[in-house]
Design a protein around this ligand. Sequence first.
Ligand SMILES: [Zn+2]
Length: 251
Amino acid sequence: MDSLRALQSAQLSWNPGRSDRHSEQQNSDQDQDEYSPTPLGGEELSEEEEQAEGLRHQQEILSEYGLWAGGQNLLEECARRLGHTMARPDLCYGFQALDTERPLASSCANGMVYFSRGLLERLSLPEVCYFGAHEIAHTELRHYATRRRRLSDLQQAIPAQAGSAVRLRVDQAAVLAVRHQEEFEADHQAAVWLDFDLAGRALARLEELCARFSPEMLTVPSHPTFAARIARIQQGQAAPDMVSYCYSLLN
Ligand SMILES: [Zn+2]
């Protein structure tokens, strides 16, 4: 199933009152990433709104997973190695470990970054650092705060008659294109900060873990395929042009 078809069949909707996660995982019932074909407006969130959304998202994560104390030393070393990547003066970053087997990492817009026990126990320290850097990149690049504005810009860049089936399909593809762009950008930024060979190895390793422990994570519509992500990293490519990428999803 291609991503666009998966999006349509899942009948997902965007609720502007809830935060989308920057997450490397998703529940099988796909309740964590929500989409809409039409944004309510193209505005970006203020820093205060980012903080509030981050806190709300943090509370949502902690209501779903318990914390795992066993990962503390690893996270402290990871945070030490990634200190140079955390540049936003308005944020206070923090790392915590979640007590779940599922191999996941997730960032909140207020600077919190979560890693699962399944990720920490099965990846090497450099690989964990790569995913830490990927999550920090989402926050440094203000992906959550700019998502709605980027979607609006992209939708306006692709002409189609209002109310038509084509318009609907374009708008749905645009939602995916923005989300995929965020992942490509975070992958690339983390590789620039750390190392491109490490990035390729870490992504391949996460793909293996997902296949083994959470196969539903291999096909979440919000993320490009691991094959596409790894190919771009191996070729040293930054994120694709979003309009061209959106058209490619329609083919
Ligand atoms: Zn990501």
